[in-house]
Write a protein that binds this ligand. Structure first.
Ligand code: UDP
Length: 358
């Protein structure tokens, strides 16, 4: 995005990627055997409240309507997510109205917690102990590898709680899936005469010099990990091939602690406009673990109160006037695609303004 904005303003740039493809962890490719469009590094659903971002991304490819509706298997039963009136009535075996459910959950919620700081406090205050234990505690331990009492409340604040039957996983006004996949969109963005793209080039192996560097790799890697490594989670995917329909939906979460994976994503359901034509299906069990030196980082692990190393790297980063750190890994923040794009557009504008002033 930044390269494209600069190119539109007449500034040439070199974009490198160490992988053989563009789009990073959003990369999509069509599976030759089944014809399913696969999100190689796990599911990505485009959703945003920003008209700027929604209008921008659709300049580079067509989006199909898509609404993410997630289910959860808990102790052998299927529930609706995010936690909504259906979930509450399913879980407690009730048939409450919105007002009754609101009062019921308020009676379960830990109201003594005033200003929740941790994931656990947020969960207890948000839905009360039973729903928290069933849907959030086990999933979160598997996903992050640490106790929810050590994780920030912000992670749980990603998820809505609704007292109606709206089971749209996201609250945003705009949501969709790129018809030809995310990689095609990124290829189109990079298709400009002033952009040179080199794949399979590591940042460390570049020996040219540049007027400015926009760095979207891990922030600690930029500094050769000289103060130590920040914690990331990586994912392993176990592929399942089947005929027809494997689980009947795109995402099934498995919060139970005795199930080793966090969720199963069946990718043809991310493309409902073509799913009906495909006879075979592909699904992936998703396993989360600590990211080793040779693994691909997916999620930055932000601990409550554990920011010292990050802060030191960030202070050093802010001293570098010719380098801007961007994206989930460059800023070490759990950013969604839309926020990353929004910030990238801001970064490009700020850079162009600063350049024009000199
Ligand atoms: N989460 C959970 N149970 C679920 C789904 C999510 O406890 O069934 C928690 C978990 O800690 C997860 C966070 O909420 O990391 C954010 O969930 P989201 O679905 O946004 O995760 P992503 O799709 O980004 O992996």
């Amino acid at each position: 995005m930044i390269g494209r904005e600069l190119a539109e303003a007449g500034i040439p740039s070199l974009i490198i990627d160490e992988r053989p493809h563009v789009a990073g962890n959003c990369h999509t490719e069509r599976d030759a055997e089944s014809g399913v469009m696969i999100h190689r590094y796990g599911p990505h659903i485009f959703h945003t409240d920003s008209e700027r971002v929604w209008n921008y991304i659709r300049c580079f490819g067509e989006f199909e309507p898509y609404v993410n509706r997630v289910k959860a298997t808990v102790k052998g039963k299927i529930y609706s997510l995010p936690v909504n009136l259906h979930t509450i009535n399913q879980f407690f075996g009730t048939s409450m109205s919105p007002a009754e459910a609101r009062a019921f959950i308020a009676s379960k919620a830990r109201n003594d917690i005033q200003d929740p700081q941790t994931f656990e406090e947020q969960g207890m205050k948000f839905v009360g102990e039973e729903l928290y234990e069933a849907f959030f505690a086990g999933y979160t331990r598997k996903q992050w590898g640490i106790e929810p009492s050590e994780l920030p409340a912000s992670i749980l604040k990603r998820l809505p709680l609704r007292f109606n039957y709206d089971d749209n996983y996201f609250n945003h006004r705009f949501q969709g899936m790129p018809r030809e996949g995310y990689s095609k969109i990124v290829e189109t963005i990079l298709d400009h005469p002033l952009i040179e793209l080199r794949r399979q080039v590591r940042f460390e192996d570049l020996d040219e010099s540049f007027q400015h560097l926009f760095y979207s790799g891990p922030i600690d890697r930029y500094f050769n990990f000289d103060l130590g490594r920040l914690a990331y989670r990586t994912l392993d995917f176990q592929m399942i091939r089947a005929e027809g329909d494997f689980q009947g939906t795109a995402v099934m979460n498995y919060p139970d602690s005795d199930v080793p994976f966090t969720r199963i994503a069946e990718h043809k359901h991310f493309a409902p406009w073509e799913a009906g034509h495909l006879e075979e299906t592909v699904a992936f069990r998703e396993y989360s673990r600590a990211c080793g030196p040779d693994d691909i980082p997916y999620y930055p692990v932000n601990l409550v109160g554990g920011v010292d190393l990050l802060k030191t790297y960030q202070d050093r980063a802010s001293e570098l006037k010719d380098v801007t750190f961007v994206g989930r890994l460059g800023t070490f923040q759990y950013l969604d695609m839309d926020v990353t794009i929004d910030r990238a557009l801001d970064v490009a504008q700020a850079y162009l303004k600063q350049r024009a002033a000199h």
